[in-house]
Design a protein around this ligand. Structure first.
Ligand code: ATP
Length: 353
């Protein structure tokens, strides 16, 4: 998977802070013009991995290469400024005493004046900020500051851009607009982009590939489709969407659940498994004759309705059902809940799943 054709390759990187294992044997690659989102809950090690890739955190174990050249291994390290990497921090980290032009030109000292001016102008144009060269950061909105930070990162024409939660300071509607523009600029520039986010929806929306991290480990790398439809484990499945969770034991290739038998595809007889079913894999019919549950509550969420059903299985097991559009059956109504085979995942139980 990791090879020289990747603009950024992170190979077997492990990083500790004292006894804390922040990153555990991470492997990840990003190709030219590709946007990879590194996503996971708070404290799972995303920022640490990004900082190791940038050289802001000294590498302890493993290797980082850019364009096939070794940037850091256990013996040598290229300093951050020589890695051909642009970085966009969460708080943008713009210099308040420098104009927009000054901020962007700051990292271009090794170029002569004419070339520097050309590179600044090009970065401003790419980010739609040409009219703001003489403006100071405090005179700009959050979205504009984000674009200046991006312009500063891409001005030296890096092979790789690393972004750490670059949209978290923006309100929802601005965030949607700015993230579209940012991804487009980076893809068009042929830059390998690694972006940290804690928001699975943002990763689904932006990424060509997603790397899902938990407790220092990269649990799965794949396209948004693969991550959502073929999650590697219970953590990934639950992180990327609501799930109904049942437990069971495999018997003759199936596990019995309150919603009928589920095929277990190769899992050994007797294995204890978790069965995860997304709420959109369930459907509801108001058919008192075949009812297997009653409505506990129904909420309209805008694009869909979320129905909470109490099953008549003797234990009053609760399941959540997602129905497109507005559908608000009365509490207590008798319904039948059926499951289709899509969006149902079976995982062998592990102590720490
Ligand atoms: P968040 O989304 O909250 O920023 P994250 O996924 O980026 O979290 P990291 O910031 O990489 O996670 O932290 C990973 C682990 O390493 C956490 O347990 C954190 O407390 C610890 N950690 C991070 N930086 C340091 C440090 N400089 N010294 C000690 N521990 C640290």
């Amino acid at each position: 998977m990791v090879s020289d054709v990747n603009d950024l390759a992170i190979e077997h990187v492990t990083h500790r802070f004292g006894v804390i294992l922040a990153v555990d044997d991470a492997e990840l690659s990003v190709g030219a013009g590709e946007v990879v989102c590194l996503v996971g809950p708070s404290g799972c090690g995303k920022t640490t991995l990004l900082r190791v890739a940038a050289g802001l955190e000294p590498l302890q174990e493993g290797r980082v290469t850019i364009g096939g050249a070794v940037m850091a291994d256990t013996r040598n390290a290229v300093p951050p400024e020589n890695r051909n990497v642009g970085i966009v921090f969460q708080d943008y980290a713009l210099f308040p005493h420098l104009t927009v032009r000054g901020n962007i030109a700051f990292g271009l000292q090794k170029h002569n004046t004419a070339e520097r001016d050309r590179m600044v102008a090009q970065a401003l144009e790419r980010t739609g900020m040409s009219g703001y060269a003489a403006t100071y950061p405090h005179q700009l909105s959050g979205g504009q500051q984000q674009r200046v930070a991006l312009a500063r990162a891409i001005a030296p024409r890096p092979r790789v851009v690393l972004l750490d939660e670059p949209f978290s300071g923006l309100d929802t509607s601005l965030r949607h607009r700015v993230r579209d523009q940012t991804a487009e600029i980076l893809r068009d520039s042929g830059i390998a982009t690694l972006m940290v986010t804690h928001d699975p929806e943002e990763a689904m929306y932006l990424a060509d590939r997603i790397a899902v991290m938990n407790r220092g480990r990269i649990r799965q790398v794949g396209s948004p489709d693969e991550i959502y439809l073929k999650p590697a484990d219970t953590f990934v499945a639950a992180f990327f969407g609501d799930v109904n969770r049942f437990e069971g034991v495999v018997e003759n290739g199936h596990v019995q659940t309150v919603l009928g038998p589920v095929a277990t595809n190769g899992t050994a007889n007797g294995a204890k498994v978790d069965v995860l079913v997304r709420p959109e894999a369930l459907s509801i019919a108001e058919t008192p004759d075949h009812a297997n549950g009653t409505i506990a509550s129904a909420r309209f969420l805008g694009r869909s309705s979320l129905i909470d059903v109490r099953l008549s299985d003797g234990e009053a097991t609760r399941v959540r059902v997602h129905v497109p559009g507005r559908y608000l059956p009365k509490a207590g109504a008798q319904v039948s809940v059926t499951r289709n085979d899509t969006q149902t995942f079976v995982f062998t139980r592990t102590a720490k799943a």
